[in-house]
Write a protein that binds this ligand. Structure first.
Ligand SMILES: N[C@@H](CCC[C@H](N)C(=O)O)C(=O)O
Length: 291
């Protein structure tokens, strides 16, 4: 066992993130190690952002994203802000380009400390999300939960933000047992790769409130890609404008769905909590002594 990978415990609006630095080495954090880290209350997390050496010209790192169940994700907005903050503290740089499973991601730390991530273009085609069957219009797909004649949740908007999302429109995000419905919907056969499940409430034409059950991680205080998914789905269904605030249980994210290039920009904070070292094979870890 070698507990020698530096990591930082961080959060993005309460989304619990471990940023692990595996640059200069060939091994990876195993799914078993991820599950072991999640099982310990000190290192419980929603995502691990594992920073590896760059593989593509023009990128500063290859970032692997692991959910707490050990599965791999294509995108993580809050985790990306944490990686930016960790690397900008180390290098003094403000602009970063990463390779992720979901594609190339550009991000910038602003002078006020907030971080903007270019989350790329949303994909609305049923096969891109992906859905298990053809839907011509993914603004509202046929899916419901509860009694057939009085469904509790129904007709979500579906979209990929580099990972699959379903957004259910509700009058009050607090009025539904997302901890009960989330796992059922995440694993519904209509989502062959499972899905992140969000409840979204329209507060005004420039403000949404959401709660998310994350694929592979469960209920979270914040999900950046879900905030983007809800924002583009709201604008696409004429519920809101394209520039808006999305309030998640952990705070506010600013989202802009740019007309010029179809890209979605997400802006918010990242916070360092403490640092340590971990064994990427087993998940054993030690905490650094405070300076
Ligand atoms: N917390 C994330 C999204 C994480 C990935 C997700 N659970 C998945 O499997 O797609 C965010 O901030 O975007």
């Amino acid at each position: 066992m070698s507990i020698d990978v530096p990591f930082a415990r961080m959060n993005g609006l309460g989304n619990q993130i471990l940023v692990a630095d595996l640059r200069g080495r060939a091994d990876r954090i195993t799914p078993d190690a991820a599950r072991a880290l999640d099982a310990d209350p000190a290192t419980r997390f929603d995502q691990i952002m594992a920073i590896h050496d760059p593989r593509l010209e023009g990128t500063v790192a290859h970032v692997r994203i692991l959910n707490s169940d050990g599965s791999e994700a294509g995108a993580c907005g809050n985790g990306t802000r944490c990686v930016v903050q960790a690397l900008s503290s180390e290098t003094g740089l403000q602009d970063f380009v990463f390779e992720t499973l979901g594609g190339i991601v550009e991000a910038r730390e602003r002078d006020d400390g907030l971080i903007t991530v270019d989350m790329g273009s949303p994909r609305f085609g049923w096969a891109d999300i992906p859905l298990a069957e053809e839907f011509h219009d993914t603004r509202a797909i046929e899916l419901q939960i509860g009694p057939i004649d009085a469904p509790v949740l129904h007709s979500p908007s579906a979209v990929s933000m580099g990972n699959p999302h379903a957004v259910f429109w509700v009058d009050d995000v607090e009025a539904h047992a997302l901890d009960r419905f989330g796992p059922i919907l995440e694993n519904h056969p209509i989502f062959p790769d499972r899905a992140n499940i969000t409840l979204a409430q329209v507060i005004s034409r420039t403000h949404l409130r959401i709660r998310t059950w994350e694929r592979g991680a469960g209920l979270t205080l914040a999900c950046g890609t879900a905030a983007c998914a809800a924002a583009v789905s709201a604008a696409r269904t004429r519920r809101t404008e394209r520039v808006l605030t999305v309030t998640v249980p952990g705070g506010d994210l600013q989202i802009e769905w740019r007309v010029e290039d179809d890209h979605v920009l997400m802006t918010g904070p990242a916070e360092w909590e403490w640092s340590g070292r971990l064994d990427p094979a087993t998940g054993a870890f030690t905490r650094d002594e405070p300076a």
